[in-house]
Design a protein around this ligand. Structure first.
Ligand SMILES: [Zn+2]
Ligand SMILES: [Zn+2]
Length: 407
């Protein structure tokens, strides 16, 4: 078996060899931002690239999703997975930097495969193109459709605005909150708002009722819980009683079991809006993201690897326990309930002071001269950590034991 140093230098060399191709992936996606489940250009560009290499089994439109894809290197042994998110945000493009996540997934995949080939080590590697992280939960559907079946561990890295000095890679996320989104569609009856208002049943009033109920509910929820929403199908004239309107709410908590409890309360607020106005209602769950399960032994293994491969250039830390209450959500949480998963977050330099999900962050994610070096460093950590999972029996046994206790 090759030494740890040989493996790590092989990964670094492989990344160097595929550097130009990977930068093209980041650039192409940045220049063609696409919304959830519309990532056709990204899908075609990346699958086309891997097909052109002629070495892999490439499946377009994988696992029942039009814009998901799978690239598979099958060489016996265990199977590890890398995720490539691709979706952008309305109006601001890659304000969450998913063009870099896709590039990082492709880079990690190629670097690990080249190393396995070089040393004739058995092990299989999957790259999944995972659509619609920002809304609608592509990975939730991929989990349901069996995309992660047989995977020993799943890996991804996410660029972030991190307001700390120095170049920083954080091996496990802070608390990623569990999050669900529901829609409540109200149906009433239209009427002339002045001549015959008593004939009307006001669907927009039902929305307002739900909003007021939820505003009161917020006083009785825990500090780490969040509820936020908006209305669809809102009236545009004053003199018609609106017969259709929809309220949309997202709500979050630390654990998915807590989100289930919160969901009942939010639904009751929505139903009360219908009862008060006499509307009928239809409740629908749009998505449900789980919290992130961080498996300690896998986080430790990844952290040690990071120290070896980039500890001299990057400031490393495990999850930042200092800010557990300020967090978003991701569908990688659903993956983490299915298989042990690592969600690295890393700082990219921002060109101006800006938050995540902003035009300023999009510009920074597209400024490849400064956004790609930490992306490659993260890919190095992911590839070398995945190699450990493929080859270290004892580590995997511990990881699996811990994971089964945590879910
Ligand atoms: Zn985002
Ligand atoms: Zn994101």
């Amino acid at each position: 078996m090759p030494s740890k140093e040989e493996i790590q230098s092989s990964i670094a060399q492989a990344l160097e060899e595929s550097k130009d191709d990977i930068i093209k992936v980041a650039k192409e996606l940045y220049e063609h931002p696409e919304l959830a489940f519309q990532e056709h250009h990204a899908h075609d560009f990346i699958t086309g690239y891997f097909e052109s290499l002629g070495e892999f089994k490439v499946t377009r439109h994988a696992y029942g999703l039009d814009t998901a894809f799978e690239v598979l290197y099958e060489n016996g042994g265990r199977l590890v997975n890398f995720n490539a998110e691709m979706d952008a945000l309305p109006d601001i493009g890659h304000g969450c930097g998913h063009n870099l996540i896709a590039a990082c997934g492709c880079a990690s995949f190629l670097a690990l495969v080249k190393t396995l080939k070089k040393y004739r080590i058995s092990g299989s590697v999957q790259l999944l193109g995972t659509p619609a992280e920002e809304s609608m939960g592509g990975k939730c559907k991929l989990v349901e459709n069996g995309a992660y079946r047989g995977v020993s561990a799943s890996f991804m890295a996410h660029p972030l605005v991190i307001e700390k000095e120095g170049d920083l890679i954080q091996i496990s996320s802070n608390t990623l909150l569990a999050c669900s989104m529901i829609e409540c569609e109200y149906t009433g009856a239209p009427a002339h708002a002045s001549a015959f208002p008593w004939d009307g049943i006001n669907a927009f009033d039902a929305c307002i009722g739900s909003w007021v109920n939820i505003s009161m509910l917020r006083q009785q929820i825990r500090p780490h819980q969040r509820i936020h929403g908006y209305f669809k199908d809102v009236p545009t004239v004053a003199n018609v009683i609106p017969a259709k309107s929809t309220a949309v709410y997202q709500f979050r908590s630390r654990l998915r079991s807590e989100v289930e409890e919160l969901k009942k309360k939010v639904e009751n607020c929505c139903i009360a809006g219908a009862t008060a106005t006499g509307c009928s209602y239809k409740l629908k769950e749009v998505f449900s993201y789980s919290d992130m399960i961080n498996v300690p032994s896998l986080v430790d293994a990844c952290y040690e690897t990071a120290q070896d491969v980039c500890g001299d250039k990057y400031l490393l830390q495990k999850g930042d326990k200092g800010q557990p209450d300020a967090s978003g959500s991701s569908d990688i949480g659903n993956v983490s309930y299915e298989v042990p998963a690592i969600h690295i977050v890393y700082k990219i330099p921002t060109l101006e002071k800006c938050p995540q999900h902003s035009a300023g962050f999009a510009k920074s994610a597209g400024h490849l001269k400064t956004s790609m070096p930490p992306t490659f460093a993260s890919a190095k950590v992911l590839a070398a950590s995945a190699y450990k999972v493929l080859t270290d029996d004892k580590l995997l046994e511990t990881v699996q034991k811990e994971h089964s206790k945590l879910i």
